[in-house]
Design a protein around this ligand. Structure first.
Ligand SMILES: Cc1cc2nc3c(=O)[nH]c(=O)nc-3n(C[C@H](O)[C@H](O)[C@H](O)COP(=O)(O)OP(=O)(O)OC[C@H]3O[C@@H](n4cnc5c(N)ncnc54)[C@H](O)[C@@H]3O)c2cc1C
Ligand SMILES: Cc1cc2nc3c(=O)[nH]c(=O)nc-3n(C[C@H](O)[C@H](O)[C@H](O)COP(=O)(O)O)c2cc1C
Length: 606
């Protein structure tokens, strides 16, 4: 056969089964684009008339089974930590797949041989939304025994909460109970995630290498393990969490009336020239610096010199810069109190740190800011101890309230401003206040945080039930705008709750306009302070149970957005309604889980 002629495929002998198996393994998990590319690559080699060139195995490449890295994450920290783990394992030559917990087919668990789990804890010691199904499965009766599994768990949490890293702890313990072998102790990352995650990652890779050496002490890996890079390179986005875009504020208006106890703003930013794209349901991440007045007050209370350089982990900056850009001054966490305990003699503080006082400690952490604590308890600080005890600065997320189809190159937000300047100018919410004081033309550092679990259905003939309270209505503004722009056939039903009709009905005129034009079929409102006794939005759901089931039976998607308490209360209401319908709490629970797992019941609560 000439090298360039295309052979008649029907006349070629089939490859031996032993040759097919490693190919199938190597192709596992590839997307169609990569498979097409690969088929072209193979055809090119065949056309040139030679066999696949031997590729030198990467350092560490072994006959180890593929590693699965599973993550469960609410606001992206565990996802980023998991991606870091994948990068490190791949760099060491191991085959890895990364899977979000709700995309993981639990039936595959019994066949896993190597598993790393990275998972945060939410609520009051609960798993993140994307992990509810996996968690239920793993801790439930259907979980298989796993005698052949080797695993390690990295938990993310915040030691200010009474149930620190609870989900990571439960999963770690349960895998051991199912017979799996723990490769290294559970990692418990507190608010300074990297301080724990980085050494944990290094140890995890070392343990893989040790395992590989055990399994194949002499022979290098078969060539099939050292596959040519397969995934088409995706150009890195110009702007990201680490490299935010300086977005210009176009406009900001106050949405709540003068009589409201809340100051909720509508903000419009330009994304022109950023290359940033988003889908309705995504959030905008915002980085904000600590205000100068707060930084100076903290320096004064700690009696530290803001101009003095401080080197931490090889990076030198003046202390003032550390405090302005790199550490949280408005969010208090336990490590700061522990450090303060070491540099001050206050008896009250020491008794709070007693494990028996966990409840009082968490009450203090949720009601106090750093400035309150420093005002209350003086300590003999040195700059390094102080900065190390503070949380690293983190961006805040805001649900995007606009559709890119309706407002190309813009992003709109609905921001509840935390704290009032006239009460205490040093006790404000960092990012909400930063945004609220921006004038048109000023810029904020932003990025897109994808939220793949809170998206519109691909099929736009599906009906949508949109339940939200307060700023929880923000993503629904984006949803309805997008569906109107697409000419979607599905119906929309909004259930909205706030305090008062007169002052807190966010985007009232827009919803009325949608109703008038037939883009919104139903709106049910609950204004808690206008009624006696107070009424909340879940009560409207109860009243409309017949419509709820009619819509759900027709394939509707149900969304909940707003506070954690709202998420909990609505879930409870749904359980009640499903129990009445199906006759048992167990059946209700199962039905809700199915809805959740199929993506038809999605929550974005914060
Ligand atoms: C996925 C996601 C989407 C979100 N979407 C929105 C949104 O659309 N609109 C919106 O306004 N927020 C939204 N948030 C909340 C937002 O990210 C911030 O947490 C919020 O704006 C407070 O941040 P801050 O920097 O102003 O206050 P911080 O500096 O974080 O907090 C300062 C102090 O105020 C306390 N505090 C924080 N929030 C409140 C509060 N609500 N009431 C009373 N005390 C508080 C803190 O405990 C702290 O002591 C969302 C959060 C997530 C995770
Ligand atoms: C509303 C809320 C509740 C939380 N509850 C807990 C908790 O009970 N225990 C804990 O250890 N951490 C708790 N955390 C802290 C998170 O686990 C921590 O911020 C983690 O880094 C988040 O990771 P993720 O972005 O991957 O979800 C909570 C955080 C939030 C915002």
């Amino acid at each position: 056969m000439s090298a360039s002629a295309l052979p008649d495929l029907g006349t070629l002998p089939l490859p031996a089964a032993t040759a097919v198996a490693p190919i199938a393994r190597a192709l596992e998990g590839l997307d169609p684009a990569s498979l097409w590319w690969l088929s072209g690559y193979a055809a090119g080699l065949a056309r040139a008339g030679h066999a696949v060139p031997a590729v030198a195995p990467q350092a560490g490449a072994t006959a180890l089974p593929r590693l699965t890295v599973l993550y469960g994450s609410q606001t992206g920290n565990a996802k980023r930590a998991a991606e870091g783990l994948v990068g490190a394992a791949e760099a060491a030559g191991f085959a890895v797949r990364l899977v979000r917990a709700d995309a993981y087919p639990t039936r595959e668990l019994k066949d896993e041989r190597l598993l790393w789990v990275v998972i945060s804890t939410q609520g009051e010691g609960e798993p993140p939304e994307d992990s509810l199904g996996l968690f239920e499965f793993l801790l439930g009766r259907r979980a298989p025994t796993l005698p052949e599994l080797k695993y390690a768990v990295l938990g993310l949490g915040d030691s200010s909460y009474p149930k620190f890293c609870e989900t990571g702890r439960q999963i770690d313990a349960r895998l051991a109970e199912l017979g799996a072998q723990r490769l290294q102790p559970l990692g418990e990352a507190d608010v300074d995630i990297d301080a724990v995650a980085t050494p944990w990652r290094a140890r995890a890779v070392e343990s893989l290498k040790a395992l590989a050496a055990e399994l194949a002490p002499t022979a290098p890996a078969a060539h099939s393990a050292a596959v040519i890079p397969l995934r088409p390179a995706i150009a890195a986005a110009l702007h990201s969490r680490e490299q935010p875009f300086a977005a210009e504020l176009i406009e900001q208006v106050r949405l709540t009336g003068r009589g409201s106890q809340r100051d909720v703003r509508h903000l419009e930013f330009s994304l022109a020239g950023s290359g940033l794209h988003y889908a309705p349901g995504d959030a905008l991440g915002v980085w904000a610096p600590n205000p100068a007045a707060l930084v100076e007050a903290v320096l004064e209370l700690t009696r530290l010199d803001g101009d003095a350089p401080l080197t931490l982990d090889g990076i030198e900056r003046p202390l003032r810069v550390w405090l302005t850009e790199h550490r949280e001054l408005t969010r208090l966490a336990k490590p700061l109190l522990v450090a303060l305990g070491a540099v001050s003699k206050h008896r009250e503080l020491h008794s709070l740190l007693d494990p028996a006082e966990a409840a009082s400690l968490s009450a203090l952490l949720s009601s106090h800011q750093l400035i309150d604590v420093l005002r209350e308890w003086a300590g003999e600080w040195n700059a390094e101890t102080f900065v190390r005890a503070l949380r690293p600065m983190a961006p805040r997320l805001y649900s995007i309230a606009s559709s890119p189809l309706a407002y190309a190159d813009e992003v709109h937000l609905t921001v509840d401003v935390v704290g009032a300047e006239d009460e205490d100018p040093l006790r404000l919410g960092l990012a909400s206040h930063h945004l609220a004081q921006l004038e048109p033309g000023a810029r904020a550092r932003v990025f897109i945080e994808e939220n793949p679990r809170f998206r519109l259905p691909a099929d736009n003939s599906r009906d949508l039930i949109l339940l939200g309270a307060g700023t929880g209505v923000a993503p629904y503004r984006a949803f309805v705008q997008q569906r109107v722009a697409e000419g979607a056939r599905g119906r929309h039903w909004l259930l909205f709750g706030a305090r008062s009709l007169r002052d807190d009905f966010l985007y009232q005129t827009e919803w009325q306009e949608h109703l008038r034009r037939g883009a919104l079929q139903h709106i049910d409102l609950a204004f808690s302070r206008d009624a006696k006794p107070r009424i909340y939005v879940q009560q409207r759901l109860r009243e409309q149970a017949a419509r709820l089931f009619e819509w759900l039976d027709g394939g509707a998607h149900f969304y909940v957005c707003g506070s954690l308490a709202l998420g909990r209360d609505v879930h409870q209401t749904l359980l009640e309604l499903f129990t009445q319908r199906l006759g048992s709490a167990e059946a209700a629970n199962e039905a809700l889980q199915q809805l959740q797992q199929s993506g038809r019941y999605a929550r974005d609560v914060y």
